[in-house]
Design a protein around this ligand. Structure first.
Ligand SMILES: [Zn+2]
Length: 336
C-alpha cells in the first residue's frame, strides 16, 4: 500500500519479534535511497520489520566496521557532531535524572563515541559503555578516556550487574530486540531501570520516502515499545514522544513478577496503518513541517559550526556545555 506496490504479499520469513505471528502486510519495497528493502507490519500487534533481512549482510561485520562509515560518511566524530551529541546527552540526562541515585552503576549499551558516558561521568555518575563499532569505541577510550568496551549486547556478562541500562537508538538495529530487553532484565540489580530511545513509526515529521532504511531492522510505536518492556518483565515508569524530534523515550523498571502479556495489541495495526496511509508525500510537502524543519536544521548547522570552532578539543566542547548546565542547576541538585 505504501511504495507503490500493486500486489500485497502477505508472507514473511521472520515471525514477529513481539507476538510471534506471521500474519503480516507489506508496507514498502524500497528504502530511502530507492534500493530494494521489504518492510512488513504485523497485523496482530503492529510491529514493523525488514523481511527478508538485507541479503549477504553479515550484521556483526557491518556494525563493527562498516555501519558508521556507510551511514554517516565518517569514521570519527567531528567537533560539530560532538557538540550535537552533548546537547543530546544532556536531554537524555534530563529525561532520566528522576530515577538515578548518586552511587548507581550505569551501563550505556551502544555508546557510540562515548559522549553520553563522558557527560554522565562529568555530572558525577559511575557510567561505562559497550559499543560494537571499533572506531567509535576506540575514540571513547583514547580521546575521551572513558570506560567503553567493544562488545555487542549479546556478549554482556550478566554477572556484572548494574542499576541502570541506557539504550539510545539501539533496539531498532538489533535482530532480536525482545531478546535484548530480556537480557537487560537479567543484568539489572533489584528494581533497576532500563531507559530507551527509538524512532517512532508514527512520526510524520519526515518525508514518507525517508521512512525505512536498511540499518533499521525494526520500527516501533509507543504501544509496541510499552508491550515489549511489559512482556520482558518490566513496569513502565514513563513513556513519551519527544516534541523536538518525534522519537519515543521510555523508562522501564524491573519487576519481580515475570511478564504476563503475550505481545498481542488489538487495534494497533489499524492505528499505525491509518497514520501512515494519511501521511502521503504530497500531503507532507503541502504542510509547513518540512520547510520549518529545513530552516531549523540550517540554523542548527550554522550554530554547531560556530560553537564547535570555538573549542580546541572534543573534551573542551563537552566540558564547557556541561559546566554551563551545572551552573543552571539549583544548589540542592544531587548532580552537583
Ligand atoms: Zn506481532
Amino acid at each position: 500500500m505504501i511504495g507503490g506496490t500493486q500486489q500485497n504479499d502477505t508472507t514473511c520469513s521472520i515471525p514477529c519479534n513481539l507476538c510471534g505471528s506471521t500474519d503480516v502486510e507489506e508496507l514498502a519495497l524500497r528504502d530511502r535511497n530507492g534500493n530494494y528493502l521489504r518492510t512488513v507490519i504485523c497485523k496482530i500487534c503492529g510491529s514493523i520489520w525488514t523481511d527478508p533481512r538485507p541479503k549477504g549482510e553479515d550484521i556483526e561485520k557491518f556494525y563493527s566496521k562498516e555501519y558508521r562509515l556507510e551511514y554517516k560518511g565518517i569514521h570519527r566524530p567531528k567537533p560539530k557532531h560532538i557538540y550535537r551529541e552533548v546537547i543530546g546527552a544532556l536531554r537524555r540526562f534530563d529525561f532520566m535524572k528522576e530515577v538515578i541515585r548518586k552511587n548507581d552503576l550505569i551501563l550505556d549499551i551502544g555508546s557510540g563515541s562515548g559522549v553520553f558516558v563522558y557527560t554522565l561521568r562529568k555530572l558525577g555518575y559511575d557510567a561505562s559503555g559497550i559499543e560494537p563499532d571499533q572506531g567509535y569505541a576506540g575514540y571513547a577510550a583514547e580521546v575521551l578516556q572513558v570506560p567503553v568496551k567493544v562488545a555487542f549486547v549479546q556478549d554482556i556478562d550478566t554477572s556484572d550487574s548494574v542499576n541502570i541500562v541506557t539504550m539510545h537508538h539501539v533496539l531498532e538495529h538489533l535482530e532480536d530486540p525482545y531478546g535484548a530487553v530480556c537480557k537487560v532484565h537479567s543484568l539489572l540489580k533489584d528494581k533497576g531501570f532500563l531507559i530507551i530511545d527509538v524512532p517512532n513509526a508514527e512520526n510524520i515529521r519526515q518525508d514518507p520516502h525517508n521512512r525505512y532504511h536498511k540499518a533499521h531492522l525494526y520500527t516501533f510505536n509507543p504501544e509496541t515499545i510499552e508491550c515489549l518492556g511489559s512482556k520482558a518483565g518490566f513496569n513502565v515508569h514513563k513513556i513519551s514522544v519527544e516534541p523536538y524530534n518525534g522519537n519515543i523515550s521510555a523508562i522501564f523498571q524491573q519487576s519481580d513478577v515475570p511478564g504476563t502479556v503475550d505481545g498481542k495489541l488489538p487495534g494497533n495495526y489499524d492505528k499505525i496503518t491509518k497514520i501512515l496511509d494519511a501521511h502521503t508525500t504530497l500531503r507532507h510537502f503541502t504542510t509547513l513541517t518540512p520547510y520549518k524543519k529545513f530552516l531549523a536544521n540550517t540554523i542548527k548547522a550554522i550554530q554547531e559550526q560556530m560553537i564547535a570552532r570555538k573549542f580546541g578539543s572534543a573534551k573542551d566542547i563537552i566540558d564547557s556545555i556541561v559546566r554551563e548546565k551545572n551552573n543552571k542547576l539549583t544548589p540542592e541538585s544531587e548532580a552537583q
